[in-house]
Design a protein around this ligand. Structure first.
Ligand code: SAH
Ligand code: SF4
Ligand code: F3S
Length: 460
């Protein structure tokens, strides 16, 4: 796998400096998963590199960029709605540049729709093309009416794109791009392209930089981190990579997502158990609890194999917790299939569940399957799933009360004068203390549970 290195684009920087009297401002909004958020941070880094400033409101901006998600129809509709609302900004400020990037414009029909129906969108480019942004902006500022890139694959990994990170203590660290799994419902492999792993040494260098800069929580990202290492010159799987990163001295902890059950190994679980730097929380999306549907989803595991992994992790990793994604209403889901999902979540007892009603994605194999379940039935199943999960989450949360443990202070809690601390197991404890704690770690004691929310005190 070839990799190339990002270079500062002096021509773009000059073009921008000449075009504006003062440094122009950019508003960048990312939708979707953490990978997209990490891309958004790179987009901001590149914009700063060529002379833009950043702003938090579209009214002030000279450039508005929506970094989009295509995973469900609802996500796309929201983006189109929000793009529609930008028309008034363009009328008020004709020099405003409006752009759409990320996963949506990796679909030809989206680019066609923008071309035909959203004439005030100036710039369109897909994922993996962030390093081209300076050049695309230059073309626009030099007079080209619209710069709309057609979807395309990128045959190389681009290293050293500067990132403007949103937090000074939690960092996203993508270790790979793309996805080769082709779960039958999922658009991601089509929009993100083939899976490519970054070289271990490149990841290590970035990781070390983050630890040295004081980052306390580093989340390794990939659509399926468990298949990390395919196609690399040297032999290095995901567990090897984490062992390598854990050689970096410092006070930090590692999270990772997403872990695909089909490629989760005992070696991975043993590594989590052995390394103090790795959190005892695993996001292991199961999607559903019916073997029949898992097969149709192209997930390559059975409920039994999945539960086997959970059991093994429970035995090896003290106080391990799990979270998962569930799709309700996959084409052909029967009440029996759904009962399988309910059984499974009760067996595993997830700390958190991210639940989605199936959304048909054009171009995916599942879009061709007959789907006779009505939307009402699907919503009703979803309500039952959420009720079952609530019971589980409340129980697990209550079990944390009285257990003194380490946590990272993230930001203001819901009540004034409180700060939210995230435990290693991913639960949040609200603690009365000052904001000077933000970004710092402390021992805390959960003292009470309100639903899935904990309250507590510092236990230094
Ligand atoms: N790579 C990750 C997930 C990426 S997408 C993984 O394999 O787990 C995040 C979640 O969105 C998926 O886990 C799935 O639950 C959900 N999802 C993906 N496509 C969907 C669709 N067409 N309809 C509803 N939910 C979907
Ligand atoms: Fe989608 Fe499956 Fe890839 Fe996850 S592993 S991104 S669900 S195709
Ligand atoms: Fe959405 Fe793209 Fe992520 S489709 S979920 S932003 S990979």
């Amino acid at each position: 796998m070839a990799s190339m290195i990002y270079h500062h684009d002096e021509r773009a920087a000059r073009c921008i400096a000449e075009h504006y009297e003062q440094p122009p401002l950019a508003y960048v909004h990312s939708y979707g998963c953490q990978q997209n958020v990490a891309d958004g941070e790179k987009i901001k880094g590149v914009l700063l590199d060529i002379g833009y400033g950043l702003c938090d409101s579209p009214e002030l901006a000279d450039l508005i960029l929506f970094n989009t998600c295509a995973v469900r129809e609802h996500a796309e509709q929201r983006v189109f709605g929000n793009v529609g609302a930008l028309k008034k900004y363009k009328q008020a400020k004709p020099g405003l540049i409006i752009g759409l990037c990320g996963c949506m414009p990796q679909q030809p029909q989206v680019v066609d729709k923008i071309r035909a129906s959203y004439p005030y969108v100036d710039l369109v480019f897909g994922v993996n093309r962030i390093d081209l942004l300076p050049q695309l902006l230059t073309e626009k500022l030099e007079g080209k009416k619209r710069v709309l890139l057609e979807p395309g694959e990128r045959p190389e990994v681009v290293e050293q794109i500067p990132a403007k990170r949103d937090s000074s203590y939690r960092a996203w660290l993508p270790i790979m791009n793309g996805c080769d799994n082709f779960c039958s419902y999922c658009i991601v492999p089509y929009v993100r392209g083939r899976e490519h792993s970054r070289k271990p040494q490149d990841i290590l260098q970035e990781f070390r930089g983050l630890v040295e800069a004081g980052y306390k929580e580093i989340t390794l990202l990939g659509q399926n981190v468990n298949s990390y290492g395919k196609g690399l010159e040297e032999e290095c799987d995901f567990a090897d990579l984490m062992n390598l990163l854990c050689t970096v001295p410092g006070e930090y902890h590692i999270r990772f997502m997403t872990s695909h059950p089909k490629d989760a190994t005992h070696k991975l679980i043993d590594t989590i158990a052995a390394q103090d730097h790795i959190c005892n929380h695993i996001h292991l999306p199961v999607q559903c609890g019916s073997d029949r549907l898992l097969k149709k989803m192209n997930r390559h595991y059975t409920v039994e194999k999945y539960l086997g992994l959970i059991d093994y992790a429970r035995k090896k990793i003290p106080d391990v917790t799990f979270s998962s994604d569930i799709i309700v209403g996959f084409p052909g889901e029967t009440e029996e299939d759904f009962q399988g999902t309910l059984d499974l979540i009760r067996k595993v007892e997830y700390m958190q569940l991210f639940t989605f009603i199936y959304s048909k994605r054009a171009g995916t194999p599942a879009a061709l399957l007959p789907d006779e379940t009505t939307h009402e039935e699907k919503t009703e199943r979803m309500a039952r799933l959420l009720a079952a999960q609530e019971e589980i989450a409340f129980k697990l949360t209550a079990q944390q009360v009285g257990k003194r443990q380490i946590a990272l202070a993230e930001g203001p809690g819901r009540n004034p004068g409180t700060v939210n601390f995230r435990l290693r197991n991913n639960l949040v404890v609200e603690i009365p203390c000052g904001m000077e704690w933000a970004g710092r770690e402390a021992m805390v004691l959960p003292t009470g549970a309100r639903g899935a929310m904990l309250t507590g005190e510092l236990a230094l």
